[in-house]
Write a protein that binds this ligand. Structure first.
Ligand code: GLV
Ligand code: MN
Ligand code: MN
Length: 414
């Protein structure tokens, strides 16, 4: 129960999460709502419908970000909360959706209790947070804060060759509101942890101190296709072999650098991709992350050097393309402390922690005081159809969000 004597309705929150999860639902559970697909459009339509039912003023900007405004007693910059509703190809029900739908739940809770606030409240759903179809990730929030030019974002080509601009037009979400508005006075994002720490320690709330640095690269390898039976090993220029060596090296690199270093080859495509042909081409991605930017740069350097060397050994041409690069982010210490204090006030166990995943909050932190609230992920699993967070933990996170927003909306602090 919040200090205002109100509480969110966990069943209503769960009902919305399940309803949104029906859009793009996968046969074995989980969801596929890649950014700017028909499924994304349907998810957006559902969200905008809910926003309108709740009386929010809906604005859609030129990159497709959706903002629902609940007016305050005063005009001026709103407090913003939210996240994203796009998913990876094999996503769960909670990544992103929780942050947006908890925002709606808080609006409904305030409305039913007849509670007005001094500052306006905005619920945001940012376009293409995942970056799984169109790198970089956090695209909508990057454009919102002016860190990525709208034209460059619209011209971005996805893994299927389509552009962001064309897809936004097709799904009807190339909005007419200018990007960069509304300017938030503070931003808070509720999200599942997506890792194992909270569950392992039996803690309900994570007060997120920052987000680790992210480096995404695409590597293109070009060798020569040849007969798998008739071509002696010494005469091959095998792009697939070099890709495999890079993937193995990435794992070794992470182990050698140690600490928080992680390294992933998540996409690997061979061509012509046949049993009896030496691969001519390989396209692979490398995702490197570390909380320390110096170590991250070391990882990038070593990976590039290894890849160039392995390609040269095999007589394969190599080209590198940076898909995304984010330095580690530290959230405003006062906001982190407020999350911690709010959770304690509500009787919740809480710990400070970094985020392993990227979030729109790390981009919003460039323009306003920003905080993130984590809730536990069962088994630490996310970007997986089995992603799960217990309803009572979702509700606990939403209660902390409500309490913190109430403070911010009355203008205490930020
Ligand atoms: C995006 O959500 C990422 O962390 O990959
Ligand atoms: Mn997310
Ligand atoms: Mn995600």
């Amino acid at each position: 129960m919040s200090r205002a004597g109100i509480a969110i309705d966990p069943d209503r929150l769960m009902a919305r999460i399940r309803k949104l999860g029906e859009i793009g639902a996968l046969p074995g559970g989980g969801v596929c709502r890649l950014a700017l697909t028909e499924e994304d459009r349907a998810g957006r339509d559902l969200l905008v419908g809910w926003m309108r039912e709740l009386g929010l003023e809906v604005r859609i900007d030129a990159i497709g970000n959706i903002f629902g405004l609940r007016r305050g007693r005063e005009e001026g910059p709103p407090v913003m909360t939210g996240s994203h509703i796009d998913t990876v190809r094999t996503g769960g029900l909670y990544d992103g959706a929780l942050g947006v739908l908890a925002g709606l739940e808080i609006v409904e809770t305030l409305d039913r209790a007849g509670i007005g606030t001094r500052h306006p409240l905005v619920i945001a759903a940012f376009t293409n947070e995942e970056g799984a179809r169109f790198p970089p990730d956090m695209m909508g929030s990057l454009v919102h804060v002016g860190a990525l030019a709208l034209e460059d974002a619209l011209a971005t080509r996805g893994i299927d060759g389509e552009t962001v601009g064309a897809c936004l037009e097709r799904i009807g979400y190339a909005g007419d509101a200018p990007v960069g508005r509304p300017e938030a006075r503070a931003f808070v994002e509720l999200h599942i942890e997506q890792g194992p720490v909270l569950e392992r320690e039996g803690v309900t709330i994570g007060a997120v101190e920052g987000v680790q640095g992210i480096s995404w690269q695409a590597l293109s390898l070009r060798g020569r296709s040849a007969h798998a039976g008739a071509t002696p090993m010494a005469m091959r220029r095998d792009a697939g072999l070099v890709a495999a060596e890079i993937a193995v090296f990435a794992r070794r690199l992470a182990r050698e650098i140690g600490g928080d270093q992680v390294a992933t080859v998540g996409s690997l495509r061979l061509s012509p991709d046949l049993v009896n042909v030496v691969p001519e081409r390989a396209e692979l991605t490398v995702d490197l992350r570390h909380t320390d930017d110096l170590r991250l740069r070391e990882a990038e350097r070593r990976l590039s050097a290894f890849a160039a060397e392995a390609a040269a050994r095999e007589g394969v041409e190599i080209a590198f393309r940076q898909l995304a690069r984010f330095a580690p982010v530290a959230f405003d210490p006062a906001m982190v402390a407020r999350v911690e204090a709010t959770a304690r006030r509500l009787g919740r166990s809480v710990r400070r922690m970094p985020s392993g995943a990227g979030h729109d909050a790390q981009i919003m932190a460039r323009v306003c005081p920003t905080a993130m609230i984590f809730v536990p992920s069962v088994g630490g699993i996310s970007h997986n159809v089995e992603e799960y967070t217990a309803p009572e933990d979702l509700a606990a996170g939403a209660e902390v969000l409500l309490e913190l927003l109430l403070d911010l909306l009355e203008g205490e602090g930020a």
